[in-house]
Write a protein that binds this ligand. Structure first.
Ligand code: NAG
Ligand code: NAG
Ligand code: NAG
Ligand code: NAG
Length: 304
């Protein structure tokens, strides 16, 4: 009896194989990497058809047109072999991360800054004429390890604003995270370690203003309280800000730290319920042109 039912079911499934509705998906132009790229960074200039994609020891220069995506060129950015050997010997978090993952691709004015993990000992270059990587010139530049993380699984954020580069590094191992000004004509500044509690950065945005002193940079991140009890929420979604005019404290008082840094909790909840989303993973701000109003889109995850 049972097998009869099963047979009948099977027959109907087989009979129903021909779809009743068929439609063709017209996919937008798409580029397929010739090998897996598990961590990527991107740079796109508004209005341009060209997208720069940083991958594993390579920068892809892609041209998007109506007819498709063309791989215009690949700029190879290998690690030093000694860095790879040292990285593997140190038993890095993952041996697979012992390569030069391109983590930063940003244009600061006309200087195209490229940074990579260089197998655990980050390096930065300047991309000239879309072909040559040389040492960075034309401004103060921080140590590469303040701009790029040593391993691609550690999330970092970089944002050019007002002719300078701003970088945020998430906490990892013995290094506490930080928000810094890392390149440009202005003084290079940082957060003090106690200002941030195990931050994991999710995004950043510049809030421009016609009055220079009002121009702010917002950083979105979540903080993790290791001392939180089992029944307490260990994460807090945060917004931090610095002002672009900041030139640091006076000689006797934290001369290399921000004087305009502030942080606040981001309250994002489910309607009128008690529920709050705390573990912010990704944040994007869409601002209206020339306006200080915008919407933040956040991607949150569960604490467990
Ligand atoms: C991108 O493609 C367009 C159309 O084919 C072409 O005119 C343009 O020169 C290409 N750009 C680059 C950088 O190759
Ligand atoms: C970049 O291109 C310009 C103009 O073609 C040339 O003068 C310059 O030497 C190039 N720079 C490098 C680093 O190749
Ligand atoms: C960017 O341009 C501004 C205005 O010309 C200049 O003050 C600043 O030094 C430039 N930044 C870099 C990194 O060259
Ligand atoms: C972390 O959690 C502990 C335990 O609830 C609490 O006492 C402490 O104030 C929290 N730390 C911060 C910075 O919120």
């Amino acid at each position: 009896m049972n097998s009869l039912v099963l047979l009948a079911l099977l027959a109907s499934v087989v009979a129903g194989k021909a779809p009743r509705l068929k439609f063709m998906v017209h996919e937008p132009p798409r580029f397929h990497f010739s090998r897996p790229e598990n961590y990527i960074s991107m740079y796109h200039q508004e209005g341009s058809d060209t997208l720069y994609v940083g991958g594993r020891a390579v920068i892809y220069v892609l041209n998007f047109t109506d007819s498709g995506v063309h791989d215009v060129q690949q700029i190879h950015v290998p690690s030093d072999q000694t860095a790879i050997d040292t990285c593997k010997a140190k038993a890095a978090p993952l041996e697979l991360e012992c390569d030069n993952f391109i983590t930063v691709l940003q244009k600061v004015n006309d200087t195209f800054i490229v940074c990579g993990t260089n197998a655990g000992s980050p390096r930065c270059w300047m991309l000239v004429n879309d072909t040559v990587l040389t040492d960075v010139q034309g401004g103060h530049i921080a140590s590469a390890s303040d701009i790029s993380p040593p391993y691609p699984s550690q999330k970092s954020i970089s944002l050019p604003a007002d002719g300078s580069l701003y970088s945020a590094m998430s906490v990892v191992g013995g290094q506490s995270g930080s928000i810094r000004r890392t390149f440009g004509p202005q003084k290079l500044l940082k957060t003090e370690n106690v200002w941030l509690l195990n931050p994991q950065f999710a995004g950043a945005a510049i809030i421009p203003s016609s009055e220079k002193y009002k121009e702010e940079i917002y950083f979105f991140f979540s903080e993790f309280n290791q001392s939180a009890k089992m029944d307490e929420e260990p994460f807090r979604a945060r917004i931090g800000r610095v002002c672009t005019v900041d030139e640091g404290g006076i000689m006797q008082l934290l001369p290399n730290s921000w004087t305009t840094f502030m942080k606040a909790r981001v309250m994002c909840g489910a309607g009128n319920t008690q529920q709050q989303y705390n573990n912010l993973k990704q944040a994007v701000v869409v601002t209206a042109q020339e306006q200080r109003a915008g919407i933040m889109y956040g991607l949150f995850s569960n604490a467990w």
